[in-house]
Design a protein around this ligand. Structure first.
Ligand SMILES: Cc1cc2nc3c(=O)[nH]c(=O)nc-3n(C[C@H](O)[C@H](O)[C@H](O)COP(=O)(O)OP(=O)(O)OC[C@H]3O[C@@H](n4cnc5c(N)ncnc54)[C@H](O)[C@@H]3O)c2cc1C
Length: 396
């Protein structure tokens, strides 16, 4: 029986952040990180510079593989450069940093039995610790009403410098299909781009082949000659329209992660309701756990559940906007909601991403001529939440 101070199940984004955040303040901590697949998976995780507090940078900073001083958006009739820094964490950098940290990494290794005091591994070994955290990622729940932000991204080498100096967060000057559709482009080097075809869609199913072909078509239209496809990533991220967060957390107690086991990341509903992004919440949770005077399964569970429920309550407005986007706007007209949003002030846009809108921001967002028909918008706002889940994600 091996003993640790903390066992983290799943070496994905959330648990990696927790490990690094805790080790920063308590380097003597004995942490085991158990991963069934590859540590960090296959992602390019991005965040707005203003999404995370400066005091997290001493431990978060080493994860940042790329950063830019500004970002661009393009809509029919509106192009804009936004002077907010943008940062990327690649899975490769994430693995490198975790491999260099004082951690016991067990990968590939599946955790099969999880309790608040330990875990049983697929090879029969048992690990014990006073604190266990389940960060096994996205899972279906009948208590969350979510739709999809889905995408396929190709990281490509271009024959000549592509000429982009800043990420293109949204380029919606394209045919709309399968909901609100836009391209997302990160200039990773002078001759290297990550190009993603993204859709805010009612259906969770992803047609990888079709989106891949669309990425290549977009590259051709921009006169970027591709000499090599370096890697590929895809995702179906949750966009939250409603739900019952208390029931969601109670569901975990029914057996998903074992009663009383804290949940991190998407497993704990730590994501921005409109973007599905979870890195800023991952930093928040890591900091909340690092601030606990004593880390046990009970204290971690209370802290994680408390934070998740508080964030959920505070983000009601975002779920209402998501309902307006999905229910009020016709799928091929959803881009109008986003175009209007990107006409607002830079400060408001930054607070939107950080999920820290002020009351005045909310009024500002709702003021003026609605970009979608008012009748449909009202119906969507009055629609009671939650509704049954629309996910078809494979259970983990
Ligand atoms: C391709 C992609 C790009 C994304 N880009 C961004 C972005 O730019 N910014 C952002 O903020 N968010 C982004 N997201 C959304 C979200 O932040 C990520 O999904 C993030 O990885 C979620 O973190 P997590 O720790 O909850 O889960 P994950 O990172 O998915 O980690 C869960 C881990 O648990 C492991 N696991 C599962 N079961 C077991 C088991 N029984 N035993 C051991 N290990 C197990 C899995 O193999 C996995 O590695 C992206 C998502 C995807 C898919």
């Amino acid at each position: 029986m091996e003993e640790f101070d903390l066992i983290l199940i799943g070496a994905g984004l959330a648990n990696g952040l927790i490990a690094l955040g805790l080790l920063h303040g308590r380097p003597e901590m004995r942490i085991a990180l158990i991963e069934a697949g590859e540590i960090g998976g296959n992602h390019t995780w991005c965040f707005q510079e203003s999404d995370v507090p400066a005091h997290a940078l001493p431990w978060l900073g080493p994860l940042i593989s790329h950063s830019w001083a500004a970002q661009d958006v393009h809509f029919p009739g509106r192009s804009r450069r936004i002077a907010n820094g943008y940062c990327a964490v690649t899975s490769a950098r994430f693995r490198e940093v975790l491999a260099g940290a004082r951690l016991t990494l067990l990968a590939p290794m599946r955790a099969i039995g999880i309790t608040p005091s330990g875990v049983r591994l697929a090879d029969g070994r048992e690990l014990r610790a006073p604190a266990v955290i389940d960060g096994r990622g996205q899972r279906p729940s009948r208590h969350l009403d979510v739709r999809a932000q889905k995408f396929v991204g190709l990281e490509v080498r271009t024959a000549a410098p592509h000429g982009l100096s800043a990420p293109v967060i949204m380029d919606a000057r394209i045919a709309q299909r399968d909901g609100y559709r836009f391209f997302y482009v990160l200039p990773l080097a002078a001759d290297c781009l990550l190009i993603e075809d993204t859709r805010y869609s009612d259906a969770m199913a992803l047609d990888g082949a079709a989106l891949r072909a669309d990425v290549l078509e977009y590259a051709r239209a921009n006169h970027w000659e591709i000499t090599e496809i370096l890697r590929e990533e895809e995702g179906v991220l949750p966009v939250a329209l409603g739900g019952d967060i208390a029931a969601f957390w109670a569901e975990g107690a029914e057996g998903q992660g074992g009663a009383g086991v804290a949940r991190s990341g998407l497993a704990g509903a730590f994501f921005h309701p409109m973007t599905g992004y979870s890195l800023p919440d991952g930093v928040r949770l890591a900091q909340a756990l690092a601030a606990l005077p004593s880390l046990t399964s009970a204290s971690a569970h209370a802290a994680a559940r408390g934070l998740s429920m508080r964030l959920w309550r505070e983000r009601r407005f975002f779920r209402m906007l998501a309902r307006m986007l999905f229910d009020a706007a016709l799928p091929d007209q959803r881009w109008r909601v986003l175009r209007r949003h990107y006409g607002l002030s830079e400060g408001l846009i930054a607070r939107f991403y950080a999920a820290r809108l002020t009351f005045a921001d909310k009024i500002r967002i709702l003021a003026g001529k609605p970009p979608v028909p008012i009748g449909a918008a009202l119906v969507s706002l009055l629609r009671p939440a939650p509704a049954p889940i629309h996910q078809q994600i494979e259970p983990i």
